[in-house]
Design a protein around this ligand. Structure first.
Ligand SMILES: [Zn+2]
Ligand SMILES: [Zn+2]
Length: 214
């Protein structure tokens, strides 16, 4: 797997373009906006986009989805069905965040914990990680020891849980039961800010380091 991270929107959301080195078929994870920047990367790398993957329904992660799905004739996979209420509230989110309104869309495929998504010849595993939002999922590529975690975990922090249906304890549980078992050496791309590894966060993250839990 190869990938490039493209920060988009005023929230500097980390959209990732990932692709299969064999086939140069790829996917866009969380096309939140600034589509021209994402498309420039797709052209530079000559990627044949075959799907759009979504971690959760916040507008800075999904704002470019309808348009890119049309441009590339690409199905939309994710997030989990519990995220429908956020996707149905794109207009309200745009007002709240001061974004231009965007076109509504429905995922082609809702994802469940344990599902697999394919991108070219790559297989990524899906984990349901509720807490920041109820239908949040992450995408794990075992062969390259990489996981795309959206707003579940950050370098030195964790996702906000003060939104409707956010749940702090559930977020801690998601991180400790779904992400930690992937292994210390696994690198993650968070929804915002710099990358890190599971091992570094287990030692140093002030919210979820192992020493917090005795
Ligand atoms: Zn979010
Ligand atoms: Zn975010």
């Amino acid at each position: 797997m190869q990938y490039r991270v493209v920060p988009v929107t005023p929230y500097q959301q980390n959209c990732s373009v990932i692709w299969c080195s064999e086939t140069r078929r790829g996917a866009v994870i969380d096309p939140g906006g600034d589509i021209d920047k994402i498309e420039a990367v797709i052209r530079e790398e000559s990627i044949d986009i075959e799907k759009i993957l979504l971690t959760h329904g916040h507008l800075d992660h999904v704002g470019g989805t309808a348009k890119m799905s049309q441009t590339y004739n690409a199905p939309i996979e994710g997030p989990h069905r519990e995220e429908a209420f956020w996707l149905n509230a794109l207009d309200a989110q745009a007002q709240m965040m001061g974004f231009e309104p965007v076109e509504a869309f429905q995922p082609t495929r809702w994802l469940d914990d344990g599902d697999e998504v394919s991108v070219g010849e790559l297989k990524l595993q899906v984990f349901h990680c509720p807490g920041h939002t109820p239908g949040h999922v992450v995408f794990y590529h075992q062969n390259s020891s990489m996981v795309f975690v959206g707003d579940v975990l950050f370098n030195g922090s964790i996702g906000r849980t003060d939104f409707p249906r956010g749940d702090h304890q559930q977020l801690l549980d998601s991180i400790r039961t779904k992400l930690w078992p992937l292994g210390d050496e696994v690198t993650f791309v968070p929804g915002h800010g710099p990358q890190s590894t599971i091992g570094v966060e287990r030692r140093h993250n002030p919210f979820v380091a192992d020493h917090n839990f005795g």
